[in-house]
Design a protein around this ligand. Sequence first.
Ligand SMILES: Cc1ncc(COP(=O)(O)O)c(C=O)c1O
Length: 404
Amino acid sequence: MFKINDNYLKLPGSYLFSTIAKKVNAYSQAHPEKKIIRLGIGDVTQPLAPSIIDALHHAVDEMGKAETFHGYAPDLGYEFLRRAIVENDYKARGCDIAADEIFISDGAKCDSGNIQEIFSTDNKIAVCDPVYPVYVDTNVMAGRTGTYDAGKEVWSDVIYMPCLADNHFAPELPKETPDIIYLCFPNNPTGSAITKAQLQEWVDYANKTGAVIIYDAAYEAYISQEDVPHTIYECEGAKACAIELRSFSKNAGFTGVRLGFTVIPRELKCGEVSLHSLWARRHGTKYNGAPYIVQRAGEAVYSPDGKAQIKEQIAYYMKNAKYILEGLKDAGYAVSGGVNSPYIWLKAPNGMTSWEFFDYLLENANVVGTPGSGFGPSGETYFRLTAFGSYENTVEAVERIRKL
Ligand SMILES: Cc1ncc(COP(=O)(O)O)c(C=O)c1O
């Protein structure tokens, strides 16, 4: 008789986005005349940039001719893309990352979920609270998180690092020493960023305690402030303690195209064992590569035209972010994020819980956001709005909220 991995049974239901969808559907069925504006989901809306479309078309044509057809991609990904990444994302920022330290993948969600496989189940993880749920849930699946306290919504063997207004939504070094530290900056859901000096403290801490940092930089392209690092490898000593996850989803609109990469420096070791060799083994065994066509599209992101076009798209979203941030601040809300990130994090007014504010906004402004409590216990009483809508809808949503 087979047995299942019963760690899966420990997972509390992920009702966040399905509950949101159910509530929105029920409301729009009862009020079909109302125009609902959705600023809840973290998906992009702008079409792919022209230079990316050209690269896709060209690569599709290549696949139709025997001389230029491509089958399985090389294990680490095509060199043309890894070289473009090295030059633009690392060398240009003074970071010495080699092309063979980059593993191309189909996105940061899979990598952020799979990376825990190369670590012992004895490791203790530390996460920001609130947090992108994938980090915790995949460690639950692996049996690394202990038991769940449904009342407090926490796992017994996870170290939670609260990110609240008091600490400017930046985690403090934990009292208990973790083995694996998940950091994501600019942050989803709070939209906060940390300075290079702050990140350096984490790198120094990890090197001192022998922890590894898994650094999710999926929103790097939204950074606008000078002292905010674009990659953890800007920090001294990071190559000895940090893995970096990157995505083409939010900088270039690849959410439906799928492309990302993970950086594991060769000097990142546990005793004599390099994590690079473990991930190379895992990648080669379980993954057969992002499509050639998509990797060519990724290369186009780094072309002069591609860079200019995606800069415009990011500016479009950040204009929305600014509008939300300033409009809500002006209306008396406590708001943060939105400067180095497409996410705006606001405190629900008048002592409302996250879900009470969700209902209030849906019913009175016909605007949909995401309740902060869905990202962890410290997200309670907070609310996330995203800048990924159209400018017109964003303006209308803010005006409706201001009138409440
Ligand atoms: C923090 C963070 N990491 C990773 C991802 C997933 O990125 P990808 O589309 O590359 O899988 C997201 C998507 O919303 C995210 O918010």
